[in-house]
Design a binder for this molecule. Structure first.
Ligand code: G6P
Length: 607
């Protein structure tokens, strides 16, 4: 939700880099975009409503002078997407420029107070109070840093703020509370951004900035101090393993397609995580009275599948709750005997972070599964498992789902080794099966991609779809439906096939498309029954089946076929792949950009 980038370098024009960096952050929001630079004590700005390419075509974002600048790509919360609401925002004298990601809860009150004192506002945003607060303090003779400190004392809410001023044009100052900011350093240049890929082509030397800290970036150095007492924080530089190439399309028309193709490799990388990493979490889980999986969106579907993996391999049956509703269903019943497994690819989703903090306050142990080193969740969790998808740019999660499922599979085996619910041989065999999955997924992509494209041509204008599965395949059905609705905008509902006769079947009429996820596991016979019920009402059946499942081939109008020999608890990893491809080609056939679905953002940092 909103992407921020700022750069200070000792010479040369910074705007072209800011423009490209914003492109790499566009997955965080694409309602509007803006860049401000400083040259000879003047601010220069280009900003407007629209996607970056549109705004660039209109205004040439590269054509701004100066070697210090800030940029922002917006996902609107307060104020419609418009030129005036686009960031950066300014003080009355246009000497201070600010970009912000987050929500200022008390902005109305602050705005009224500031207006009474004569400040004029040019936007409807919550952000704009910040430059005006800074302005007041700087006018009293304070430095930019002191003025920002003052502003953070006045505002309530969540924020990542980056500011610069013509009055101190040799620095960029930033601070955060609940929204991400990472700092990059190379030679005579300092960077700060919402996410690593923004500056990855220039440096993989990253410095974390934590909540409650303020950083001053100059060309020579980065100085971090605590907001509370001004104490200097010594923080090591982390070298991250992601490469700039990973954040490029690499010949694919969209990031989403590239990321689908990267899944076999992402699983392989995640399978290389040392087994000791799973031992601490497994020990906690085994010792806990209650184990609760928490997540949102696609990560929620990983959690649903993970529940089955853990149950099947260890005999411990965790619960799954949407992080957004966790507090409301727990009724403060959490104790020190509980354990929470939070799954979040970004490590920043506010619903998930808030619930995890709540669980921790009440004494629960927290295990996090995330793809981002140094993200907020890693600093809250007792144990963190870092998945190895590399950067995922497409807004619709694909390869991060795959690595979450991989990590959950590994975790389920590690717990099983402790509980001895299954024999050693059984679990060894599971490990072996998991190792074979990347190659099977590569085969699915090679064979089924063309079919996905063909089926998209047939089904693209159907207004509504049902996705049905039983047992662990409910998670796959939910994910298939989510992918389709989020990027192709066809209405799609994921449902338990068992439950479908209690409601969704009423939707079914002649040729209504119903997609069944039907691996040859213990649910197979019952799924056939559900297919018959749907067929009896005229449904058009598309099934994802094990290859050469002749019964289902006969019953289905169309099939996607998955190689045999995948154990049932790992089946979502393979069975979801044709559904990802189907959604991708549906979006394209319907004329939408699969990488940038409307109204969505990759990292949702509001409640
Ligand atoms: C957004 C993204 C989804 C993602 C969800 C949870 O809705 O568009 O792709 O699954 O957030 O994100 P997280 O980072 O917590 O996995």
């Amino acid at each position: 939700m909103c992407g921020i980038i700022a750069v200070i370098q000792n010479k040369g024009q910074v705007a072209p880099f800011l423009h490209q960096a914003l492109k790499r952050l566009e997955y965080r929001g694409y309602d509007s975009v803006g860049i401000t630079t400083i040259e000879k004590d003047h601010l220069f700005t280009k900003k407007d409503k629209g996607k970056i390419d549109e705004v660039h075509r209109k205004h040439n974002l590269d054509n701004l002078p100066g070697s210090i600048g800030i940029g922002h790509t917006r996902w609107a919360t307060h104020g419609i997407p418009s030129l005036f609401n686009s960031h950066p925002h300014f003080d009355c004298d246009e000497k201070i420029a600010v970009v912000h990601n987050g929500v200022i809860d008390n902005f109305l009150e602050l705005r009224k107070e500031l207006a009474k004192r004569g400040h004029e506002f040019g936007s409807d945003t919550d952000t704009e109070v910040i430059p005006h607060l800074i302005e007041e303090k700087m006018k009293e003779g304070n430095t930019l840093k002191e003025a920002i400190k003052y502003a953070t004392g006045k505002i309530e809410g969540t924020y990542a703020i980056v500011a610069m001023s013509t009055l101190e044009s040799d620095k960029i100052v930033c601070t955060r509370n609940g929204n991400p900011l990472v700092i990059g350093r190379k030679d005579n240049t300092s960077y700060v951004s919402s996410d690593i890929p923004a500056f990855l082509p220039m440096t993989n030397n990253m410095i974390l900035l934590l909540d409650g800290e303020i950083a001053t970036l100059t060309t020579n150095e980065v100085v971090i101090e605590k907001l509370s007492d001004g104490a200097i924080v010594e923080r090591d530089t982390i070298k991250i393993s992601w490469t700039a190439d990973q954040a490029q399309k690499g010949g694919f028309p969209h990031f989403m397609l590239k990321e689908i193709h990267e899944q076999p490799d992402a699983i392989k990388q995640t399978l290389r995580i040392r087994t000791e990493v799973f031992e601490g979490p497994a020990k906690i889980i085994e010792a806990s009275k209650r184990v609760m999986l928490l997540a949102m969106g696609t990560s929620g579907h990983s959690a649903m599948a993970g529940r089955h993996m853990i149950a099947s391999n260890s005999g411990i049956v965790p619960s799954f709750e949407l992080a957004s509703d966790f507090q409301d269903v727990m009724y403060d019943s959490i104790t020190t005997d509980d354990c929470v497994i939070a799954i979040t690819q970004s490590g920043e989703t506010t619903d998930t972070i808030t619930s995890v903090k709540y669980a921790k306050e009440l004494g629960a142990q927290v295990i996090a599964i995330t793809n981002v080193v140094g993200s907020s969740i890693t600093r809250i969790a007792d144990y963190t498992i870092i998945t190895q998808a590399g950067p995922e740019i497409g807004v619709a999660a694909t390869k991060t789902l795959m690595v979450q499922l991989t990590a959950l599979a590994q975790l389920s085996i590690a717990i099983g080794e402790r509980t001895e619910f299954r024999t050693k041989e059984y679990l060894k065999d599971r490990k072996q099966n998991l190792e074979e999955i990347p190659q099977k997924i590569a085969r699915i992509i090679a064979i089924e991609e063309e079919k996905a494209r063909r089926l998209a041509n047939i089904y693209h204008n159907r207004p509504s779809f049902l996705f049905l599965g039983r047992g662990i395949s409910i998670a796959t059905a939910f994910e298939g439906a989510l992918k389709l609705k989020e990027i192709s905008y066809n209405h799609a509902e994921g449902y338990s096939a068992g439950e479908s006769k209690h409601g969704p079947i009423a939707l079914v009429e002649q040729d209504y498309p119903v997609i069944f996820i039907a691996p040859k596991d213990n649910t197979h016979g019952k799924v056939i029954g559900n297919i018959m019920e749907m067929k009896a009402r005229g449904a058009n059946i598309i099934s994802v089946i094990e290859e050469n499942d002749t019964d289902l081939m006969e019953l289905s109008d169309q099939t996607f076929q998955i190689p045999a020999g995948i154990y049932h608890e790992f089946s979502p990893m393979a069975y979801v792949v044709p559904l990802q491809l189907f959604s991708y080609y549906m979006a394209r056939r319907n004329g939408y950009d699969p990488d940038k679905p409307r109204n969505l953002a990759k990292s949702v940092t509001v409640l």
